[in-house]
Design a binder for this molecule. Structure first.
Ligand SMILES: C[C@@H]1N[C@H](CN)[C@@H](O)[C@H](O)[C@@H]1O
Length: 440
């Protein structure tokens, strides 16, 4: 592998072992905190997506689109004021980074990725070239990236930075109205912006030594030639750091999917699915419980991703005052109580293996394995089979006599022609029950 050829790079073990990260989208957009809870990316007609964008962090763009509800909201509620007004209105007066990270760590997150500059171009540190358009010089008057990096590392978690390399509405301020706009029309590709973005990402590397370099929406055409040196500098600075795949194909340590989009990437050797607890990454005051995962849904999302060899990067959208929305905190607390007794069946595991145990159909079953055990996760078993389930597995794969429930309730498991018959109480709760078996 040459100095600038990273294709053969060994994936640092910490990343696939981590399985669970928390994403944080916090910005001036957290002040209006307004979007239509339209639906999940990948499930909404692209033709209506941008004018009815459920991503509250896209508020500047959505509110520029004549005739959109966001445009009307911005006119009637915020008087059509310039977007940067929200930067000055963003005070983060209740921000306690240690308290956030305590919630994330108890939920079982092993890494935290925070927005440092989103598409609105406002930096959460005194980024070079931003003048006063950052949170040190205006609004919170704090280096939020530094505050969060310190709190994350104080809890022994890994710290990652999100950077919007491909979109910067201060550099190219035409609203994105349809998907093809994202390719060229509305993305800055010029040399000046490329130098600006490069300088900022290098600054993030040099100041915060992030364990994850999470770029979004690609990189300016004029700056593509800069990337091999940038990645070389990053790896020299953070030898076990990892780079995601949103650099317009320049390089990736791992691939990403987002809600229901880019799911084809979930067959890669290393991959990560990102999504909000609700339909948005930035806090959206219009989201209700019907738009959010509940704790059991979030746990099943994590288990499903882990069972297929991926990581889940689950997003939290804090409020402008620095508090975590109560309904999002409740989900994290629910994950925490389940992970406390079951995390060992998730962390540092790998898929059970192709064809070992089908997990389609009912009941909801997923599998992971470590060197010595297989773990079966059961949920939503129909009432008719609440206390008895057949786990279809390849004969000779595992030993039924070694069955144990991780919540210490009794379980009986017997070999049957197409697998294992597990008998125990209440196997069908929405939160997965986990059975451990010794591998033969
Ligand atoms: C993680 C998400 N990525 C998308 C781009 N696919 C962004 O447009 C969105 O605001 C969020 O940052």
């Amino acid at each position: 592998m040459g100095d600038l050829d990273f294709r053969g790079r060994q994936m640092p073990a910490w990343f696939p072992d981590a399985k669970f990260g928390v994403f944080v989208h916090w910005g001036a957009y957290s002040v209006p905190a307004w979007a239509e809870p339209t639906g999940e990316l990948g499930a909404v007609d692209p033709e209506v997506w941008f004018a009815h964008n459920p991503y509250a962090e896209w508020y500047w763009n959505t509110s520029q689109i004549e005739g959109s509800p966001a445009h009307e909201h911005h006119r009637t509620v915020h008087g059509g004021l310039p977007y940067d007004t929200f930067l000055d209105a963003w005070k983060a007066e209740l921000f306690d980074p240690a308290e956030w990270i305590d919630v994330f760590a108890r939920a079982g997150a092993r890494y935290v990725v925070v927005t440092t500059k989103h598409h609105d171009g406002i930096a959460l540190w005194d980024a070079p070239g931003t003048g006063t358009r950052n949170t040190v010089r205006r609004g919170p008057h704090r280096d939020l990236v530094a505050d969060l990096a310190a709190a994350v590392r104080a809890r022994g978690l890994r710290f990652g930075v999100y950077y919007s390399g491909g979109l910067d509405w201060h550099a190219g301020r035409r609203a994105v109205i349809r998907h093809e706009d994202l390719i060229d029309e509305c993305r800055p590709h010029d040399a000046a912006y490329a130098a600006y973005a490069l300088r900022q990402v290098r600054d993030l590397i040099d100041r915060y030594r992030p364990d994850v370099l999470w770029n979004d929406i690609g990189w300016p055409d004029a700056g593509m030639a800069d990337l091999p040196d940038l990645f070389a500098h990053y790896y020299a600075t953070v030898p076990d750091g990892v780079v995601n795949d949103r650099w317009d194909g320049a390089h990736a340590d791992y691939l990403t999917s987002e809600y229901q989009a880019n799911r084809q990437n979930e067959t890669a050797a290393h991959w990560e699915q990102c999504r909000g607890i609700g339909l948005s990454f930035g806090y959206n005051r219009n989201e209700g419980p019907e738009h959010l995962l509940d704790p059991a849904g979030a746990v099943r999302q994590l288990v499903d991703v882990a069972s297929r060899g991926g990581n889940l990067l689950l997003n939290v959208g804090p409020k402008a005052d620095g508090t975590l929305p109560g309904e999002q905190r409740t989900v994290l607390e629910g994950i925490a109580s389940w992970m406390a007794g079951h995390g060992g069946a998730v962390y540092a595991t790998r898929p059970l293996g192709p064809g070992a145990a089908p997990s389609d159909g009912a009941p909801w079953i997923r599998w992971t394995r470590d060197d010595r055990h297989a773990f079966a996760f059961l949920a939503d078993v129909p009432d008719s089979a609440r206390d008895q389930v057949v786990l279809k597995t390849r004969p000779g794969l595992l030993d039924p006599a070694t069955a144990v429930r991780l919540d210490d309730l009794p379980v009986r498991a017997d070999a049957v022609p197409d697998g294992i018959l597990a008998t125990s109480v209440a196997l069908g709760t929405p939160l997965p029950t986990v059975l451990r078996f010794a591998l033969l």
